[in-house]
Every structure is written in C-alpha cells, then in structure tokens.
Design a protein around this ligand. Structure first.
Ligand SMILES: Nc1ncnc2c1ncn2[C@@H]1O[C@H](COP(=O)(O)OP(=O)(O)OP(=O)(O)O)[C@@H](O)[C@H]1O
Ligand SMILES: [Mg+2]
Length: 248
C-alpha cells in the first residue's frame, strides 16, 4: 500500500533520518520501535507533509505522491482534544473540516462512541474524563477521517498498565473490525509483540531501520511464546548495542 524509499531529512545540518525505507502492507499492523528522541515523531510529521522531505520518494499503491495528508489519519503523541468542546464535538471536528454530511457523521460518531466504550460521555469535556477515555475519544476522532491508513504516535504511552492493556485490545479492533492499516510508534517492546504483524526496529543518529521482524502468529498473543521471546531478546540486544554506540 505504502512504500517509503530512502527518505532523508536534516534540520540546520543535523540529519534526523537518513536513507530510511519502510513497506506498509494493506491491512497489516506495523509497529516502529526505537530509542527516545531518535526522530520517530519527526518521521510521521515528514510523512504527513508537516515539512518537505530532503531526499527519497513515497509510493502509494505504486504511484509516486508528495505526502500522506490525503491518505492517512494521524493521531499525534498528545491527544490534542480541545478543552472547550464536548468529547462528541471533538470527535466530529474532522467531519466538519472536511465537509462531511453532519447528520451521518453524528450517527457514525455515536456508534463509534458506543463501540469504544464511551457511550454516555458524549457531552462530557476532556477534563472531566480519565486519560484512557481521552485516548478513546482521540481514536474515534482519528477514525472519523475515513482513511485506510492510521498513523499512531505512542497512543498509549501516558496510560497506566491496566488501562493500557484494555486499549491495546481496542487497537486490534482498528485492524480486525474497521479494516484499517496501521503504522504505530511505541517504546514498549511488550506492546509491539502483542500487537504487531511487523516490527521495524529503528536506530538513532541518524535514524534508519536497523531490523525488520515479521510476526505471523495468531492474536491474541501469548507473551511466553518462544518465537516472541526470541524476537524480544534479539530486539533488546540490538537496542542495547545501539545505545553503546552513542557518542559521549
Ligand atoms: N523542526 C525541527 N527543527 C530542528 N530539529 C528538529 C525539528 N523537528 C525535529 N527535530 C529534531 O529531531 C529530533 C527527534 O525528535 P522526535 O520528537 O522526532 O523524537 P522521537 O523519537 O519521537 O522521541 P520520543 O521517543 O521522545 O517521542 C529532535 O531531537 C530534534 O533535534
Ligand atoms: Mg515522539
């Protein structure tokens, strides 16, 4: 569906990512994992056209294109819910800004609220609900863009372990029930092993893909599966090796 071919970006002579390649297959759940500050969010910004890329090219279903603005819905690292709007009105923003039929959008958002466990909270404000509920609302808003590809930047990183677990199962629904293709950033290896069909391990300075793992194992996953334990050990070894090569 998406091919990212040898893309590079520098700011004021500092290269953030270089010769970075990714392949995103339709309907698959891809997870990117890498050291803090290595440039993951900057990569998503570059893919979605926040700034132009210096080199490389992007292919969408085999055709070259400039950026993912019209192909992907991007859920940023911060939930970015507007505090003066109700949860439902926050979720309806993409429909309003893209000129969708508002009656149909409203019905759809209400169904999504129900499916994602937010029924009864439509008129609450973001500061009146838990962190997990805010993230569910941000997910509904992301789905309201009606895009096949969803980019998720550490969607669960601010949540406690138990809330995280329940939202991980919800993320799987995006793939299975809503038929979305997912490209997600996380720093949590267990989360990657629980969710991913493919994992891209990223190296720092400049960021590029250091390993690519294909996990063709059924879900829900058993974390004690020897295949997963072996992949985890390999990833930890690579990440530690990368840290040991950091200057200073
Ligand atoms: N507009 C910009 N101008 C200059 N440098 C930038 C710009 N955007 C990003 N960078 C550089 O990119 C680096 C990587 O930042 P980024 O937020 O993408 O990392 P990250 O991998 O998402 O980190 P985290 O895991 O903490 O979320 C920053 O340290 C910064 O030096
Ligand atoms: Mg980031």
């Amino acid at each position: 569906m998406l091919q990212v071919c040898s893309i590079t970006k520098s700011f004021k002579g500092q290269t953030v990512f270089s010769n970075l390649d990714l392949t995103v297959g339709q309907g698959r759940f891809h997870v990117m994992i890498g050291p803090s500050g290595c440039g993951k969010s900057t990569l998503f910004d570059g893919l979605t056209g926040v700034f132009p890329l210096d080199e490389g090219r992007l292919l969408w279903k085999g055709e070259p294109f400039a950026d993912l603005r019209h192909h992907a819905a991007y859920m940023q690292q911060k939930d970015l819910l507007l505090p003066w709007f109700s949860l439902l009105n926050n979720a309806l923003l993409p429909a309003k800004t893209s000129g969708q039929d508002m009656k149909a959008a409203n019905d759809r958002a209400c169904r999504l609220f129900e499916r994602l466990g937010l029924k009864g909270y439509e008129s609450h404000y973001a500061n009146q609900v838990s962190g997990g509920m805010r993230q569910r609302c941000a997910l509904v808003r992301t789905l309201m863009f009606n895009r096949d590809l969803i980019l998720l930047d550490e969607p669960l990183s601010a949540l406690d372990t138990i809330t995280r677990r329940s939202l991980q199962s919800l993320l799987l629904l995006l793939q299975t029930e809503f038929k979305k293709t997912i490209l997600m950033i996380t720093h949590d290896i267990e989360e990657a092993l629980f969710l991913a069909d493919e994992i891209y391990l990223l190296s720092a300075r400049p960021m590029s893909v250091s390993s690519h793992y294909v996990l063709d194992l059924p879900k829900p996953r058993n974390s004690h599966d020897p295949v997963l334990t072996a992949i985890k050990a390999n990833m930890l070894e690579k990440l530690e090796g990368d840290l040991n090569h950091e200057p200073g």
